[in-house]
Design a protein around this ligand. Structure first.
Ligand code: GLU
Length: 364
C-alpha cells in the first residue's frame, strides 16, 4: 500500500482523542489508520483525502458531493507540491487552501482547432493533453475556434469537430455557446458564450485584433506595409532563383511619416507586419525542451494583419491567449520555427507569455 505522512495542524488535534482521529481518517475501518504521535498521523491516501475533504468542505460548502470529491483529489495532488510541513495551524491550512484555489483558478488551457477540414488525429491528441493538464491541475478547459483563414474553411468542419469531441467524451468549461452545448450535451443557451472571456470564435473578434494591432503600431513593434501582391511575388521569385529563403525585404519598414500619411489618405491597402530585431539571439522557453535559441537574422517580418483586416494565426493566437488568460499552450512542434516570433510579440505588447509545450507531430 501507499503510506503518506501528513502533518496535521496542532489545533486540529487538540481535544480530540486518538480514537476520534482514527475514526476521522478511516470511519469504515477498512484502511490502516494509525496515530503515531500527537502531531503526525500516518494514513493511507484515502485517509489523507478524508482530512482534505474536511478542510475543503469548510472552505467550499456550495460544491456538490461528486465535484467536491474530485476537487479534493486535485487539491491533494496540488498540495503535495507545496511544503505541507509549513502548515502549522488551521489558519495556515486555510491560507494554503486559498493559495491552492488561486493556483487552480489560474490554470486555463485552450484547444484551438481551425475548421479547415476533418479534425486531425494529432489535434485530437493535443486536445487530450489539454484536457489532462487542465484537469490534473484543477483548471479550466477552453474551446476556441480559429476561423480566420476563410480561404481554407471547410463546410461541415465544425459539425465534424462536435461529433468527434462528443464521441471522445471531453467536456469544455468555456467556449462558443452552440458548440459547447452540443459537445457537452448540456442545455446551454446556444446564443451565448459559455464563460466570461468570449467571443470564443476568432471571426467574431476582429474588432479586438484591430485595436491590438493599433496598440502594437503605436508601440513601434509593428509597421504598415503597402507593398502590392505583384511586388511581393516578383521578390519571392527572384529570391527563389538565387536559392535564398523567401523573405520580405523590409521596404516599408522605414517609410517616412509623410509617405505613410499620403498612402493612408489614398486608402491604399496595407498589411501590418511585425518588426523583428535585426541581430542578436531570441530565447524561447518550452516546458519540455527547455530554452530554444534562435538567431534574429533568420526571422522574417511576418504579416500579423492581412489586407482584409483579418489577423493571421500568429497574431490572433497571441492576442487571444493573453486576453483569455491562458496559462498553458499545447500545440504541435510545427510551430517551433515561429515560436521566437510569438515570444517577441509578447515582449512587444509587454505581456507575460503562457507556458508553451510543443508536442511531437502525429503523421497520418
Ligand atoms: N488553429 C491552430 C491549428 O489548428 C491551433 C494551433 C495552436 O494550438 O496554437 O493548427
Amino acid at each position: 500500500g501507499i503510506m503518506i505522512q501528513l502533518p496535521i495542524p496542532r489545533d486540529f488535534l487538540r481535544g480530540r482523542s486518538k480514537w476520534e482521529l482514527i475514526d476521522l481518517i478511516d470511519p469504515k475501518k477498512d484502511i490502516d489508520g494509525m496515530v503515531e504521535s500527537s502531531e503526525f498521523v500516518s494514513a493511507t491516501v484515502k485517509g489523507v483525502m478524508k482530512i482534505l475533504d474536511v478542510i475543503a468542505r469548510i472552505r467550499q460548502p456550495a460544491e456538490t458531493k461528486q465535484s467536491q470529491k474530485q476537487g479534493v483529489q486535485t487539491k491533494w495532488r496540488i498540495l503535495s507540491q507545496f511544503d505541507v510541513s509549513e502548515i502549522a495551524s488551521p489558519r495556515r491550512a486555510g491560507l494554503a487552501m486559498t493559495e491552492i484555489n488561486k493556483f487552480m483558478n489560474n490554470i486555463r488551457v485552450r484547444f484551438a482547432p481551425s475548421p479547415t477540414g476533418f479534425l486531425h488525429i494529432g489535434s485530437l491528441r493535443a486536445c487530450l493533453f489539454d484536457y489532462l493538464i487542465a484537469k490534473t491541475l484543477g483548471g479550466k478547459l477552453i474551446l476556441r475556434i480559429e476561423d480566420t483563414d476563410k480561404k481554407r474553411e471547410v463546410i461541415g468542419a465544425v459539425e465534424g469537430l462536435i461529433n468527434i469531441l462528443d464521441w471522445v467524451g471531453i467536456k469544455f468549461d468555456e467556449g462558443p455557446g452552440s458548440i459547447v452545448a452540443a459537445i457537452n450535451g448540456a442545455q446551454a443557451n446556444i446564443n451565448k458564450d459559455v464563460g466570461g472571456f468570449g467571443p470564443y470564435t476568432q471571426s467574431e473578434r476582429v474588432k479586438i485584433y484591430k485595436e491590438q494591432a493599433e496598440r502594437l503600431l503605436k508601440k513601434g513593434a509593428a509597421y504598415r506595409c503597402f507593398c502590392s501582391e505583384a511586388r511581393l511575388k516578383e521578390m519571392r521569385e527572384s529570391q527563389q532563383a538565387k536559392k535564398l529563403p523567401p523573405r520580405y525585404d523590409r521596404a516599408c519598414r522605414n517609410l517616412s511619416e509623410g509617405d505613410m500619411a499620403k498612402k493612408l489618405a489614398k486608402n491604399e491597402p496595407f498589411v501590418v507586419r511585425q518588426k523583428m530585431p535585426l541581430d542578436g539571439e531570441i530565447i524561447a522557453h518550452d516546458e519540455l525542451r527547455g530554452d530554444i535559441k534562435f538567431a534574429a537574422r533568420d526571422l522574417d517580418d511576418q504579416v500579423l494583419v492581412k489586407t482584409d483586416g483579418l489577423p493571421t494565426y500568429q497574431f490572433a493566437s497571441v492576442v487571444d491567449d493573453h486576453l483569455m488568460q491562458i496559462s498553458h499552450v499545447l500545440r504541435g512542434d510545427e510551430w517551433i520555427p515561429s515560436f521566437p516570433k510569438n515570444i517577441l510579440l509578447y515582449q512587444g505588447f509587454g505581456w507575460q507569455p503562457p507556458k508553451f509545450i510543443h508536442l511531437t507531430l502525429t503523421l497520418n
